[in-house]
Structure formats: structure tokens, C-alpha cells
Write a protein that binds this ligand. Structure first.
Ligand code: SAH
Ligand code: CA
Length: 213
């Protein structure tokens, strides 16, 4: 992922954003030390944004598509009430094992349920109610549009869909890869969908917020 801001500004943004609890720093460092894909973690700024969105939405039910080692899930779970629930989907048992081991060390971990398996199948098996207050889409890019279509009916009116990496390192301007084309198609789909009111934020690699009308 090519950063959109230069290194100094990215650092400045980082330094002026609410720091996470020590356990999240440890999770980030553990992932960087043990997994070459660690850059997929949302990190401090986007983690703080997600947590704030969960707070602002006064969310009780959150769906996450793409757990990896759990940084974004644990960030969001911190802002849920004690009886809140976050369902997070991933098909990779190796990364979700790491995620669970960190969730179990947090007082917020009991709010998180990991759904192991193909995310699209997991979502399709979820009933329409109780609805979700917030959905975070961050798994395989080629299926972003499918995740959006399946998730939207399961979000309450006024609920929020959040999608990560929607600028795809700037490649959306002239997509070359399959992932770049899929993200660009997703962005067009959201932009013309009358069911949502959306804004693209140039945070990190691009974060789209879409509120269900
Ligand atoms: N939100 C995470 C990063 C997610 S990375 C964080 O902040 O740390 C994307 C994840 O999506 C990977 O762990 C990958 O295993 C998962 N994934 C990719 N395709 C999937 C699919 N079809 N079903 C479920 N999970 C999938
Ligand atoms: Ca991501």
C-alpha cells in the first residue's frame, strides 16, 4: 500500500491521534514480528477512527469482514457497551488464532465472536434481524461489491458501512490490477446507490463511509 501522505505528515497525524491501549501496540508489534502481511493492519489512526465511529454511532452490533490478527476488531470492541457484540469474519484459522489470543487478554474480548470461514457465506447465513449498526469491510477486494450488497440489508436505517482501502494506493484513477479494478467498481457502485449517503475520506489508504438512508 503506497501511503497517500508523505512520511512526515503521516507521522504528525499519528502523533496527534489518541493512542491505543498497550495491548493494541503489542498486537501490532507481534504481528509485524511474525507475519509479512502485517501492513494489512489498520494501525493507530484508522483504529482510532473506527473506535470513534462505533462510539458516535452508539453501536451495539458490529459486523467486520476481514479479521486478520484482530487489530481493527479489538479497536472497535473497546467502544461497544458491555453487552455489545462484534462478529468478525475470516477464513484463515492461523490469523484468527492470534486474534483470539489477544481478545482473550482484553476485558472487551468477550464481546467479539469470530466467524471462521468464507465471509460471504457467513454473511448470507446471518438473519436480517437483529440488524447491525456498523459494518466494516476489509477482506478480499474483488468481493467488496458483493459484501456491500449482502451487508446493506442487514444494517439498520441510519447505520454505517465503512470500507477500507478504497483509494488503493491511488490506483483507482487508472486501475491495472484485478484488485484495483474491483475497488474502482465498488466505489462507483456506492457513489450511484441511492440507498446510501457516502463520503470518501483520504485517511490512510482511503476509507469510505456510507450511511444507510
Ligand atoms: N482488518 C484487519 C485486516 C484484514 S486483512 C486488521 O485491521 O488487522 C484481510 C483479511 O481478509 C485476511 O486476514 C484474509 O484471511 C481475509 N479474507 C480474505 N478473503 C476472505 C474470504 N473470502 N472470507 C473470509 N476472509 C477472507
Ligand atoms: Ca485494509
Amino acid at each position: 500500500m503506497a501511503p497517500l501522505l508523505d512520511r512526515d505528515l503521516e507521522r504528525y497525524v499519528h502523533d496527534h491521534t489518541e493512542p491505543p491501549p498497550a495491548l493494541l501496540d503489542e498486537l501490532r508489534e507481534h504481528t509485524f514480528a511474525s507475519d509479512p502481511r502485517a501492513g494489512m493492519q489498520v494501525g493507530r489512526v484508522e483504529g482510532a477512527l473506527l473506535k470513534l465511529l462505533v462510539s458516535l454511532m452508539q453501536a451495539r452490533r458490529v459486523l467486520e469482514i476481514g479479521t486478520f490478527t484482530g487489530y481493527s476488531a479489538l479497536s472497535m470492541a473497546e467502544a461497544l457497551p458491555p453487552d455489545g457484540e462484534l462478529i468478525t469474519c475470516d477464513r484463515d484459522p492461523d490469523v484468527t488464532r492470534v486474534a483470539r489470543s489477544f481478545f482473550d487478554r482484553s476485558e472487551h474480548g468477550k464481546k467479539i465472536r469470530i466467524a471462521l470461514g468464507d465471509a460471504l457465506e457467513t454473511i448470507r447465513a446471518l438473519p436480517a434481524s437483529p440488524a447491525f449498526d456498523l459494518v466494516f469491510i476489509d477482506a478480499d477486494k474483488e468481493r467488496y461489491s458483493a459484501y456491500f450488497e449482502e451487508a446493506l440489508p442487514r444494517v439498520r436505517r441510519g447505520g454505517l458501512l465503512v470500507a477500507d482501502n478504497t483509494l488503493w494506493g491511488g490506483e483507482v484513477l487508472a486501475p491495472e490490477s484485478a484488485d484495483g479494478r474491483a475497488i474502482a467498481a465498488f466505489n462507483d457502485l456506492v457513489a450511484r446507490d441511492p440507498r446510501v449517503e457516502q463520503v470518501m475520506l483520504s485517511v490512510r489508504d482511503g476509507v469510505t463511509l456510507a450511511r444507510k438512508r
